[in-house]
Structure formats: C-alpha cells, structure tokens
Design a binder for this molecule. Structure first.
Ligand code: MG
Length: 446
C-alpha cells in the first residue's frame, strides 16, 4: 500500500502528515515525472491552502516546470483550466468533503481526468527515492497567474440553454464552489439566492451534501418558493439537489434522472456507473448501463473505453464527457436546470424513478486481513446466497433481478463495507443479517 496517496490523492491532517515540506516534495516529484511542460495549480477555501500551494509551486518551479497559479478554484475549474491553458497536468489543493483540519493534493492529467493509481505510484516512487530533477539557474520554471472563470462561464453557456428563468438557492458550503456556481446560475438567466457562499475556509455545515447537512438549504427553498436547491462539497466536484418542494433528492434518484435526460439529449448511448449503484438507474433509463470500480478515475476510464455519453456515481459525482473528464458539480448544476427547463419540476420528475430499499453496514476489519477475508467472503457468498450474477471488479457484488449485495473493503479505513438493495424492507433486512454473518465469520477466520 502506498504511503502517501490514498483513494483520492493525498488527504491528511495539515501540519501533521501534510506539511509544507511534503507539498514541496510532491511538487518536485511531479515536475520530475513530467520532465518539463506546464502545470495549472488551484486550491479550495481551506485555511492551509495558500501555505501548501506555495510550497508545491516552489517544488514544481525548481524542476523547470512552468506553473499557472489560478488561486482559489473549485476542482472542476482546475480541470477546465488544464485544457484552456494547454497544460500537461493540474493540481488541486483540496480535501473535498473532509473536516477543515484536513487538506489534500490531487493531480490531474492533461485530458482532465485524475491521475490513475499507477501514475500516483510512480510519483510516490520518485518521492521516496528523493532524486528530483534540478533545473539550472536559467531554466527555473516561470510562474504566472490566471483566472479562467469567465472562459468557463462563457463555454458553459454555449453548451447549456434555458428557455425560462428559475429561482435557484445555491449552497456551496463556504467551499470553492462559492466563487463560480452562483455566478454561472445567474448568467444562465436564473434568480440566485446564495447560501453559505463565503469562501472563508470556515465551514458552517458538514461538507458532504446529504439530507441532514442540507436541511438549511431545503428550508430556504421552501421559504423562498424556489424551483430548486443546489449544493456542493468543499471543492464542488459533487452536486446535491433539493427539489421544488424542499426535499433532498436521493443521489440514486438524481443519477437516474440525469442519465435519462442525457439519453434523451443525445438520442442513444451508454451510461457508466459504479458497482455500488442500485437498480433504479437500470430500471429508469432502460438503456445500456455499464458498471465499473468505485471512484472518478474508473468512471472516466469507463467513459473513454465504452465511448459513453455520461458517467456518474451515487455520491453526486458526475462526469459529462462532452464537457470534460473532471467530475464537475457546477456544470452538473447547469445541466439539472436545463433538465427541469425541458421536462418539468423536479418533484414531478422524481416520482417516475423507482425506489428500492438500500442498507449499508461497516464491519471493523484490520487492513492486513482484508485480502484474505475477501477471498473467504467470495467463497462463502458463493455458497450461501441464491444469486445469478457475480461482478468482482471492485470487491464482490452478487445479484439477481430482485436484489444485490456488494462486499467491499474500504480503501482508507480498517473496515469492510456491505451495501445491499432489495425491493422490500423485509428482504433487505434478511439479506443484511446473513451478509453480516458471512463477513464476520470471514474476518474471524482470515
Ligand atoms: Mg469533492
């Protein structure tokens, strides 16, 4: 297992594991890996952003790489800027939805997609070895500053069109989305009420958009008689939505609706989702749905491999390849507005999406036991469940037409996750009881 890079780049407590010294080394390692060229660097609103960004930029410059510092920037804007400025890579200083004492470093490819595990491992090898490229005095990288926001908005307005104007309440959670998402909505012709859009690095709600963290947004949508509420996590690569009646729309439902809309928009095409996504999507869109590993890299790779028209995870992380391969909660917000503009109020649309019962459980499991436990689970699950299909691209998912169960070790914590879905509560609870027994026994025996 790698020492620094986890499932979503580096993400650690600031000045504990994630120090300016480490950021400097990551900058040097990335510059060494690239061997030259140009890198765009942006950061979210966290109080440690400037400190880490400066150190990382110093490292890059020391290897002779040219840096464009775009300052405060949601992750999708950084992804957009990579292409806009013809850069060879991008870096976001962000810890996404983690608490404020965290920060992180995530690296992006030239095509807007995040670095793969293999690429991160290579960076890590360079970092460990410590043999960095050193530019001569007359070849030190140049630093410039840029602001791609206006280009982003203009480009988005070329893609998304509204016939009418709507009242949008926008809750950016005081994260990086604050500086772009409300402005894009306004330029689309909407009336925007901003909530928690102060990019201070001090967060007033849990950054993960969910029914609980978006209670304030839901109330505001109702009180203002708005058409929709849109929320983001700390770096705005994700979207959470509240409907016109002030209800949080479950992620699975939004994923189904937007996938259906994309199919309508493009006539036909494949949809990519992850192994932890439920049946609602398949049943609602009735198109070809391809499941891949969890994570935005796997979704982006799946989109390219299958030439798909859309990819999304049931965490509000959506990738729209016509736009970019970076997950983009802000562009997603514009697209959701286009959907209600063409198809009608969200509360009405949501009624057409089938709803099943999803249950999740976490079972403690030491990291060292995970591989062996998964082996035992795969054997045991095979014997004790009456399933028809098995997908083992990421953990093990067994399913038939009535239910599915996913057994998957966490990539970041010493736990084993069980996610399952069934048509009724009784069935779901019965399956969970059995699944837990299988996992607990496997961990004991591992
Ligand atoms: Mg995020």
């Amino acid at each position: 297992m790698s020492r620094y890079f986890g499932t979503s780049g580096i993400r650690e407590v600031v000045n504990e594991k994630l120090t300016p010294e480490l950021a400097l080394k990551v900058g040097k390692a990335l510059g060494t890996y690239l061997g030259g060229g140009r890198v765009v660097v942006g950061m979210d609103t966290r109080t440690s952003g400037e400190m880490l960004k400066s150190a990382l930029i110093s490292g890059l410059l020391s290897t002779g790489v040219e840096v464009i510092d775009i300052g405060l920037s949601p992750t999708p804007l950084t992804g957009f800027a990579i292409k806009l400025y013809g850069a060879d890579a991008g870096v976001t200083i962000t810890a996404s939805h983690n608490p404020p004492q965290y920060n992180g470093i995530k690296v992006w490819q030239r095509n807007g997609m995040a670095y793969t595990n293999e690429m991160e491992n290579e960076l890590e090898r360079i970092l460990e070895r410590g043999s960095f490229k050193k530019a001569a005095w007359n070849e030190i990288g140049k630093l410039s500053y840029a602001d791609p926001k206006e280009e982003y908005i203009k480009k988005a307005l070329e893609v998304v069109n509204l016939d009418d104007s709507y009242t949008v309440v926008l809750d950016a959670g005081n994260g990086a989305g604050s500086i772009l998402s409300p402005y894009l909505q306004r330029r689309l012709g909407n009336k925007v009420i901003s909530l928690n859009s102060n990019p201070s690095g001090f967060f007033v709600r849990e950054l993960e958009p969910n029914a609980k963290s978006l209670e304030g947004l839901a109330k505001t949508v109702k009180a203002m008689n708005a058409d929709i509420g849109i929320a983001h996590d700390g770096d705005a690569d994700r979207i959470g939505v509240v409907d016109d009646e002030g209800r949080f729309v479950e992620y699975e439902v939004m994923l189904s609706l937007i996938s259906g809309y994309m199919l309508r928009r493009f006539g036909k095409g494949k949809i990519i989702t992850t192994v932890d996504a439920g049946f609602a999507l398949d049943d609602y869109v009735r198109g070809e749905v391809v499941r891949v590993k969890v994570g935005d890299v796997a979704v982006a790779e799946g989109i390219m491999r299958e030439n798909a028209i859309f990819g999304g995870e049931p965490s509000g992380t959506w990738i729209m390849p016509q736009w970019n391969l970076t997950p983009d909660g802000i562009f997603a917000g514009a697209l959701v507005l286009e959907m209600i503009d063409k198809l009608g109020p969200l509360s009405e649309l949501a009624k057409d999406v089938p709803r099943y019962v999803t249950l999740r459980a976490k079972i403690p499991c030491p990291n060292g036991k995970k591989a062996k436990a998964m082996e035992l689970i795969e054997k045991e699950a095979l014997r004790s469940f009456d399933y028809e299909r098995l997908i083992d691209i990421d953990g093990v998912r067994i399913e038939n037409d009535e239910w599915w169960i996913l057994f998957r070790p966490s990539g970041t914590e010493p736990i084993m996750r069980i996610t399952l879905e069934a048509h009724t509560k009784e069935k779901a609870e019965g399956l969970m009881k059995k699944a837990k027994e299988v996992v607990e026994r496997a961990i004991r025996e591992a």
